[in-house]
Design a protein around this ligand. Structure first.
Ligand SMILES: Nc1ncnc2c1ncn2[C@@H]1O[C@H](COP(=O)(O)OP(=O)(O)O)[C@@H](O)[C@H]1O
Ligand SMILES: [Mg+2]
Length: 256
């Protein structure tokens, strides 16, 4: 396993390329995602944003290039293995158990070592661990805004709340980087801003990073640390949110 020293970088890609027949969905894409940051990936429909996340998280294999996560070369790894080392994307997070409560869903995701029958023999440490897990679960539920719903069965939650439960479960599993593909899709602007405010708080509280695909840049931009703009499989611009709107290429894409 290739090791690279990249202390400040949680995800790095180099020359990632993916073709579907004649379509070059990703054309030599290189990006750097800093630890403890929110990186925004924007661009028109068909630009390759979802393909990029799919190739990074093992859902698709690249034709070319490298994916380095947390200093480990994960190029071509299967999705479950990528997830297990702390890189989660929302749809690959196991679906919530609909009849379990919100709290139990988070606890299950925490891979409680208390489930091990041998360890269960050492009951005192098991109880302590359960208590710690519940405290940690409530901290996560508070951050995603679901603490007051802790005893609800998951099927009673609305779509936006289910999305936040997915985020909570990813955090509980120990994810260090979460990829969210259009997390605010279909929600009203007020709710959408609250989701980004929560991501911002979670990032500081738990030292995790987010890579967010979003085309509502009116809402998302002010919460981002860094923005990459894709068009036809290529990164056409990148920079701080304040710079990106001044970029003529971005204006061309968004304003036609
Ligand atoms: N599984 C697939 N098979 C064939 N073509 C695909 C597949 N997934 C995506 N594409 C094509 O790759 C390009 C990029 O798509 P996508 O990554 O979904 O873009 P975005 O998420 O930015 O809208 C598009 O031309 C799309 O039609
Ligand atoms: Mg997409």
């Amino acid at each position: 396993m290739a090791q690279t020293s990249l202390n400040g970088t949680i995800l790095l890609t180099r020359n990632l390329t993916k073709r579907f027949g004649g379509v070059v969905a990703l054309d030599s894409v290189s990006i750097d995602v800093k630890r403890n940051s929110i990186t925004l990936l924007i661009g028109p429909n068909g630009a390759g944003k979802t393909t990029f996340i799919n190739v990074c998280t093992g859902v698709l294999k690249p034709d070319h290039g490298k994916v380095i996560f947390d200093s480990i070369d994960i190029t071509g790894w299967p999705p479950y293995k990528v997830y297990s080392i702390g890189f989660a994307r929302t749809f690959q997070i196991p679906q919530p158990f609909r009849s379990l409560t919100v709290l139990d869903n988070v606890l299950v995701a925490m891979k409680s070592r208390g489930e091990n029958p041998i360890r269960a023999l050492f009951k005192r440490s098991w109880i302590r661990e359960e208590k710690e897990n519940i405290e940690k679960a409530f901290k996560i539920l508070d951050l995603v805004g679901l603490d007051s719903f802790w005893d609800w069965e998951a099927y009673k939650l609305g779509a936006g709340q289910l999305k936040m439960l997915e985020v909570a479960r990813a955090l509980a599993s120990g994810a260090k980087l979460l990829a969210l593909d259009e997390p605010i899709g279909g929600t009203d602007p007020g709710y959408a801003s609250r989701i980004f405010e929560r991501l911002s708080k979670i990032r500081s509280a738990l030292d995790v990073s987010f890579i967010v695909i979003e085309h509502r840049i009116d809402i998302a931009l002010k919460y981002a640390d860094k923005v990459y703009v894709m068009d036809r499989g290529r990164i056409v611009a990148n920079g701080a949110p304040s710079e990106i709107l001044k970029n003529p290429k971005v204006a061309e894409i968004y304003l036609g």
